[in-house]
Design a protein around this ligand. Structure first.
Ligand SMILES: [Zn+2]
Length: 84
């Protein structure tokens, strides 16, 4: 199957690889904005996200898309993004 999309210069698998670094704040500004750009424009990551699915959904919501997200995931995301 090849449902992966390239959005913002990254494939879904590349975004998911970077997601924990993103949440830890370990990405460069450039990489971070690529991840955000991808998530804002990609529905597939919510499916590929696995354990990150809820976080991806929360991210998409923060980025201005209209997805419902469990508040626990949003909180986890807020915590992650406010660290450091
Ligand atoms: Zn994707």
């Amino acid at each position: 199957m090849s449902a992966e999309k390239t959005v913002g210069g990254l494939r879904c698998s590349e975004v998911l690889e970077r997601l924990s670094d993103y949440l830890d704040g370990d990405l460069t500004t450039g990489e971070k904005s690529k991840v955000e750009l991808h998530l804002a424009g990609c529905d597939e990551c919510t499916r590929f996200g696995g354990e990150f699915g809820a976080v991806v959904t929360a991210l998409r919501r923060r980025l201005g898309t209209n997805e419902d997200a469990p508040s626990s995931a949003v909180k986890r995301l807020d915590d992650a993004l406010s660290e450091g």
